[in-house]
Design a protein around this ligand. Structure first.
Ligand SMILES: Nc1ncnc2c1ncn2[C@@H]1O[C@H](COP(=O)(O)OP(=O)(O)O)[C@@H](O)[C@H]1O
Ligand SMILES: [Mg+2]
Length: 469
């Protein structure tokens, strides 16, 4: 990762600098060449003017013209030649290898003979760049010959290679600098990523207490925040899970311990009579019933709590459902001489869309509790009310009530106010948790208040969804 980041930067910089160098060198070469050719043409034109008079009788080039040409090219490396229309050299400034009297054939000379200036670049045998220009010598609007100038422009070559060298050095230095900077930067970034990788490994090992501590850069900070909240969520799920398992084990342990005790008592009795065995077996049966009840309720709870579980909505007449629950519980109420009454008159009886079984269970559980925890001769009252958006079922009693501090907790699994008493009544502490899950599944809420009758009042409210006909 680090190397890839660094190499990417270095390669990008190298490509940019190379393209820039090629362009700059191209422009520089062109402009230097242009300058030189303008200079050379200027000299060639002056010479052409100078020799225009002397070139009349072309084979006798006068000394005066010679001197003038030498003056013009003195101090330069220009070689000047003058040729007549038949391309015979009349004058050559290079006296050592003079071409005077010889015929000189060059493309540029031919072009100049047609009356046009011409220029060419070529390479000498020893690798130097040579610039040649040819201009026609005119008199009386007639071409009398051609002035041909040749110059080695290795000065320009040297300048260009000097610039090229500097650019290469510059590019290398810049690349090294960028390489070092990007390496530093990638080390900074990847070392922070290391922390994330370490944390992810810890999490996958089940250590949900892990937290990432990254400061500075906003994206990485965001990532670390997201990761930390994920850890928090995992930790919560993990804790709920563990608590649930420990609660369940604890709840199952009590009836199992009773069963063990009963069995041991029978085994330890030397000569048990049949009556005693029957009594023990009846106790045993009760404990098994209790175990069965806990397991059944747990199953109901996990089924409702399953997030994928969707309510099976059917149109239900609430009043009919409440009457059915009342009828089912009436024997329990009568056994304790409790007055169980319902007030559904003011309610709207339009069928609403609900999951019948689940809501039945929720209302049944709170009514069952009210009858169970209200002393003999008490009163339990069910009410139904509704408005445009909500349906509410309430169950009030004149029992012992629930202290305000406990009202939040009673919906927790296995939570019971008075453990020994509720155990006697066969409670599992799961009824309200089941009721709450069922209500939440409908997008509603369940709450408990003090009732006007002195006990407590449970209210289930669910959004009103009427069946579209
Ligand atoms: N109407 C009520 N009056 C007094 N206490 C109640 C009432 N309803 C529920 N409770 C208390 O809330 C606890 C939780 O109820 P629930 O979840 O149904 O469990 P249980 O199986 O014990 O009935 C009960 O054990 C009881 O202490
Ligand atoms: Mg209950």
């Amino acid at each position: 990762m680090r190397w890839i980041m660094m190499l990417t930067y270095v390669v990008a910089i190298l490509i940019t600098l190379s393209l820039m160098s090629v362009y700059i060198l191209g422009v520089l070469t062109e402009s230097l060449h242009k300058n030189e050719s303008v200079n050379l043409f200027a000299k060639a034109n002056i010479i052409a003017d100078t020799v225009a008079g002397a070139i009349d009788v072309f084979d006798v080039f006068d000394d005066n013209a010679d001197r003038q040409i030498e003056q013009i090219i003195s101090g330069t490396v220009i070689r000047a030649l003058a040729v007549n229309p038949s391309c015979t050299v009349l004058y050559d400034s290079n006296t050592e290898a003079s071409l005077e009297g010889k015929v000189l054939m060059r493309d540029v000379i031919n072009t100049a003979m047609q009356g046009e200036q011409a220029q060419t670049l070529s390479k000498s045998d020893d690798g130097n760049t040579i610039m040649s220009v040819a201009v026609p010598v005119m008199r009386d609007e007639k071409i009398k010959g051609v002035v041909y100038l040749v110059e080695t422009i290795d000065d320009i070559d040297k300048t260009i290679s000097y610039v090229k060298m500097n650019m290469i050095v510059f590019s290398v230095l810049i690349s090294i600098l960028v390489g070092m900077l990007s390496m530093g930067m990638s080390i900074m970034v990847t070392s922070r990523l290391d922390e994330f990788i370490k944390a992810a490994k810890e999490i996958s090992n089940g250590n949900y207490k892990t937290r990432v501590n990254v400061s500075g850069d906003s994206e990485l900070q965001e990532l670390s925040d997201a990761m930390n909240s994920m850890c928090q969520a995992l930790e919560n799920v993990d804790e709920t899970h563990k608590k649930f398992i420990s609660d369940v084990s604890h709840e199952l342990k009590t009836p199992l311990a009773s069963i063990k005790l009963i069995c041991d008592s029978i085994v330890d009795t030397a000569e048990p009579d049949i009556e005693m065995i029957k009594e023990f077996l009846a106790d045993l049966s009760n404990e098994v019933d209790r175990l069965t009840r806990i397991v059944e309720r747990l199953l109901t709870l996990t089924k409702i709590g399953n997030e994928e579980e969707q309510p099976t909505l059917t149109p239900v007449d609430f009043v009919v459902m409440l009457n059915a629950i009342m009828n089912r519980l009436r024997p329990n109420a009568e056994a304790k001489h409790i007055l169980l009454c319902g007030d559904f008159d003011s309610a709207d009886i339009t069928p609403v869309l609900i999951d019948y079984d689940k809501l039945w269970e929720a209302v049944y559980n709170i009514t069952d509790n009210a009858i169970k925890y209200t002393p003999e001769n008490g009163t339990v009252k069910m009410e139904l009310s509704s408005d445009a958006v909500e349906m509410s079922v309430s169950v009030s009693d004149n029992g012992p009530g629930i202290p305000e501090s406990e009202r939040e907790c009673i919906f927790d699994r296995f939570y019971r106010l008075d453990d020994s008493r509720t155990r006697e009544t066969g409670g599992t502490g799961l009824g309200l948790a089941i009721a709450k899950e069922a209500v939440l599944l409908h997008g509603g809420r369940i709450e408990v208040q003090e009732s006007e009758m002195g006990g407590c009042k449970f209210i289930i409210s669910i959004p009103k969804r009427t069946a579209e006909v």
